[in-house]
Design a protein. Structure first.
Length: 127
């Protein structure tokens, strides 16, 4: 079963997103700050990371940059999910290594479509 790491400092958002993911048939693990997120990604090796930008300790841009520059996590897709909706924010997220960038509020079906696209691609490349 694909495992998705959801990183957000809002308990409400963590709950909403994990419930959506569960309906899609995937397992979730969660983190609520940037430092915890990096440790979880390295230790748990999720199939996908859903990452908020505004986080305590390390912001999502820094988390993404560290995940993409660490050999153990460099190939894990990262999708940023954030309220930061300006073009410059999206551009900066992609420049830091994000594979996609979704702004809040988002549609549950759209999120599940993005998840499926990345999970299918990752599972399909493993042997």
């Amino acid at each position: 079963m694909p495992r998705i790491l959801v990183i957000d400092d809002s308990p409400t958002m963590l709950y909403m997103v994990t419930e959506m993911i569960a309906q899609g048939g995937h397992e979730t693990i969660t983190a609520s700050n940037g430092e915890q997120a990096i440790c979880m990604a390295v230790n748990q090796q999720p199939d996908l990371v859903l990452l908020d930008v505004i986080l305590p300790k390390l912001n999502g841009y820094e988390v993404c940059r560290q995940l993409k520059s660490t050999p153990q996590t460099a190939d894990i897709p990262v999708v940023m999910i954030t309220s930061k909706s300006k073009d410059k924010d999206r551009k900066w997220g992609i420049e830091q290594g994000a594979d996609d960038y979704i702004t809040k509020p988002f549609d549950a079906d759209d999120l599940l479509d993005v998840i499926e696209r990345f999970v299918r691609g990752r599972i399909g490349t493993e042997s």
